[in-house]
Design a protein around this ligand. Structure first.
Ligand code: MG
Length: 240
């Protein structure tokens, strides 16, 4: 096949995200709790005692259920949930929004402390010389804030488009911005339902980074790790 474009999922594809999310989730919430306790104008009682982390998670889930189009816009869900809990804790609207903003700044700073797999920089550098590259994420990492962002002339935040994967629109938008076409493109990602299947349905090739070795349907290629991608790319190029 003629391969022109490669699109990449980010979380758990280019780096291991589990540790990052746990640190970020606990870190920014603990920061908010401590900052409120330090602020003289804060209401009495500890915020995180009244609303432990589980209450924040539950509020985000309730907001996502109440606002289906926003279900993939995690930044919006987090901000709204924080602002609501802060208001219920006794803050007026303006300080509640202010502290929700500050906590989100902290969240985003921690969220971007990702460590790409060591092979990723060289891999993107080499692929970027030959192919047009894009990132497509449902998460809230802004790839332009990371050093490896320079390899992606196109970066799609699918949740903020209100069309999270498996919606086909973020894939089609990425390919149209790259001036390519599904039949000449490969998508790389770790989620079966959100990366491999929707890419395949559009006629893209799909590289699925997954743990098991069950037989793959035609057009979906299993990789144990993103470092195996160059070999797959060479193989695809060699197919008629
Ligand atoms: Mg992923």
């Amino acid at each position: 096949m003629t391969l022109e474009a490669i699109t990449f999922d980010l979380d758990d594809t280019l780096w291991d995200n589990r540790g990052v999310m746990a640190r970020t989730e606990q870190g920014h919430y603990a920061w908010l709790d401590a900052a409120l306790a330090d602020a003289a104008e804060g209401p009495a009682g500890r915020f995180a005692e009244r609303f432990p982390l589980e209450a924040f998670v539950a509020r985000r889930q309730a907001l996502a259920a109440a606002h289906p189009p926003r279900r993939g816009d995690f930044t919006w869900l987090r901000y709204r949930a924080l602002a609501e809990l802060l208001a219920e804790h006794g803050l007026a609207a303006e300080p509640a929004n202010h502290w929700a903003d500050r906590a989100m700044e902290r969240f985003m700073a921690l969220r971007h402390e990702v460590e790409p797999h060591p092979e990723v920089e060289t891999l993107l550098e080499a692929l970027g010389r030959r192919y047009r590259l894009a990132s497509i994420t449902n998460g809230n990492v802004e790839v332009t804030r990371l050093p490896l962002g320079r390899h992606f002339p196109v970066a799609i935040a699918a949740g903020e488009l209100l069309a999270p994967k498996p919606d086909p629109r973020p894939f089609l938008l990425a390919l149209s911005r790259l001036g390519s076409h599904p039949a000449r493109a490969l998508h790389v990602g770790d989620a079966w339902e959100e990366d491999a299947l929707p890419a395949r349905r559009l006629g893209m090739q799909a590289a699925w980074i997954g743990p098991d070795d069950r037989p793959m349907p035609p057009g979906i290629h299993r990789l144990a790790h993103v470092r195996e991608l160059p070999e797959l790319v060479r193989w695809l190029e060699a197919q008629a």
